[in-house]
Design a protein around this ligand. Sequence first.
Ligand code: 4NP
Length: 158
Amino acid sequence: MDKTKILFVCLGNICRSPSAEAVMQALIEKESLEHKISIDSAGITGYHAGDPADDRMQRHAIQRGFHLSSVSRQVQSPKDFNEFDYVIGMDNQNISDLQDLAQNQNHLAKISKMTDYCTRHNNTSVPDPYYGGAAGFELVLDILEDACEGLLEHIKNE
Ligand code: 4NP
């Protein structure tokens, strides 16, 4: 069977979506599912294209054992919608922007929000931590650890 391909998307692709990618990759490796699931991340904007993840986000992530190695890139439509099975935004604005970028019903059907997969947190978005303090980065990781577990279960049950 083909691999399930997941694209995580946030605004800048330097905080939330690279973290989602690292948290999900750790779960995939823990369960030896590398042959079944592949992941990537991208930003609605290309403002940070070519940049590594935000230093603050990297520091908070590494404290939990997650190494953020991805380099920022912008979402490409229709290429990304054609390539990935799941296109997962972090907040309502990401979802709205992705819906604007989608070119057909098949693309639209691939879009979901990260918090839809949470089982322990009732947050309805992964809040943008960029202009806030340490607590915002910790909250991002708390929500993502929950959501990635739920997402993996969802994919396993497909
Ligand atoms: P991200 O965070 O969308 O989680 O990567 C942000 C990164 C950069 C900016 C905003 C949010 N920015 O305005 O440059």
